[in-house]
Design a protein around this ligand. Structure first.
Ligand code: ARG
Length: 459
């Protein structure tokens, strides 16, 4: 007879089966949640008269002792016992004897693992939300501290139109806001109790899952026992939301990497968030930003792994699903680390207003303004575009800039240019005129900053 699998087996599993099936090396991370779920389950069994009160009390005492052992790192996780559930049950039985064997009444490891994973993911969502807020706060602080700084806004990485640095940074605040909303929305779907589904078809004991849900803070019950044990869409949603955050962080990091080159010189990242070179003493490298950019790849990989594991599985539980934990843990660990690192790095960035302003003077950023001016004088936009294009070509050839132009020169290209046209050739004026919701005018950006701060405090 097998010690683990009971009477049906004449021998223990082969060593290779142990190696392949071992999940306790990673799912022991769920131990405290596993115990928490067991406590709620045991209390419910007692209240429903499925277990004697005295048995429930022994189980709860035993679980408290096992929890203390887990917290103190005293548990020797045994791969021959497969997973965290069997290891904890074993530890419980060792502590309290036969009463421990009654805990598994009316439940299966299939609903147990779904419960543990949901509890763990729910907690992670709350932690990630706090970290997202930290990054937003760092960006908002930087936007406020550098409020009047102008830099070239780019499309195709070519100078396009002047923008406020604050507006640029607030774009990331918006991205992270949507990321937070995704996590908060997904939390509602995670926060449903699967326990009671047992292996797949429920149980004949008179259980009351609502009691367990109330004790564990679930907003509701899974409505279908087969779905409860067999889907992992909430794990995939978590990794998908994590992948989107990583994509946003990666883009921000990419900009900091570019901006910290001597060619740009827009930022200097503080020493605590940069690294040196082992050979070139002068180097200061933006490794933190590069690592975050690189780690976005592994989180995408975690997401792909999960989608692939799940795609061909018939209902209900299949052991393949044990492969969900490592990608989930990896995605969550990577995400938390990267969010904390980006928050710290953002606070360590010095923005070089002089360099940004100097760059904004290059690249004819006022050109659209001139074209729009001609439109106000009745010139069709397409024609105005052509006139200003010719002005820019002329200046390019002479190595001059738009603000160098005199009114006479302007009028040489179009008689529609009046005295007021020259005033447009000022970066600040260009920015101030973009005064509409979502626009880059300082008044609008100040409002956006204020709104972002208020939202941060509400959330
Ligand atoms: N370790 C398993 C997992 O992570 C727990 C459920 C096992 N159930 C089973 N019938 N083998 O999926």
């Amino acid at each position: 007879m097998s010690k683990l699998w009971g009477g049906r087996f004449e021998s223990d599993p082969d060593e290779l089966v142990v190696a392949l099936g071992d999940s306790v090396r990673f799912d022991s991370r769920l131990a405290l949640w596993d115990i928490r779920g067991s406590e709620a389950h045991a209390r419910m069994l007692g209240r429903q008269g499925i277990l004697e009160q005295s048995e429930v009390e022994r189980i709860l005492e035993g679980l408290a002792a096992v929890r203390a052992d887990v917290e103190a790192g005293r548990v020797q996780w045994d791969p021959r016992l497969e997973d965290v559930h069997t290891n904890i049950e074993h530890a419980l039985v060792q502590r309290i004897g036969d009463a421990g064997k009654r805990l598994h009444t009316g439940r299966s490891r299939n609903d147990q693992i779904a419960l543990d994973t949901r509890l763990w993911t729910r907690e992670q969502i709350d932690v990630v939300n706090g970290l997202l807020r930290d990054v937003q706060a760092a960006l908002i602080d930087a936007a406020e501290a550098n409020f009047h700084v102008i830099l070239p806004g780019c499309t195709h990485l070519q100078h396009a139109q002047p923008v406020l640095l604050a507006h640029h940074l607030l774009a990331y605040v918006e991205m992270l806001q949507r990321d937070g909303e995704r996590f908060r929305s997904l939390r509602r779907r995670v926060n449903r109790l699967p326990l009671g589904a047992a292996a797949l078809a429920g149980t004949s004991y008179p259980i009351d899952p609502q009691q367990v849900a109330d004790e564990l803070g679930f907003e509701g019950l899974c409505a279908n026992s087969m779905d409860a044990v067999s889907d992992r869409d909430y794990v995939i949603e978590f990794c998908s939301a994590a992948a989107l955050v990583m994509m946003h962080l990666s883009r921000f990091c990419e900009e900091l990497i570019l901006w910290s080159t001597p060619e740009y010189g827009f930022v200097e990242i503080g020493d605590a968030f940069t690294t040196g070179s082992s050979i070139m003493p002068q180097k200061k490298n933006p490794d933190v930003a590069e690592l975050v950019r690189g780690k976005s790849g592994r989180v995408y990989g975690d997401l792909m792994a999960l989608l692939t594991v799940m795609k061909g599985l018939p209902l209900a539980y299949n052991r393949d699903m044990q492969e969900d934990k490592e990608p989930l843990f990896d995605a969550a660990d990577t995400l938390r680390l990267c969010l904390a690192a980006v928050a710290g790095m953002t606070r360590a960035v010095a923005f070089r207003a002089d360099r940004m302003m100097e760059a904004a003077g290059e690249g004819f950023l006022e050109a659209t303004e001139l074209a729009d001016y001609l439109v106000t004088k009745g010139v069709p936009f397409r024609e105005a575009h052509g006139v200003v294009g010719r002005i820019v070509l002329h200046l390019c050839k002479k190595g001059r800039k738009l603000p160098d132009l005199t009114l006479e020169e302007l009028r040489g290209f179009s008689s529609e240019f009046g005295d007021d046209a020259l005033a447009l050739l000022d970066l600040r004026a260009v920015i101030e005129r973009r005064n509409h919701p979502g626009g880059v005018a300082p008044d609008r950006v100040a409002q956006a900053l204020q709104a972002a701060r208020e939202r941060l405090e509400e959330a």
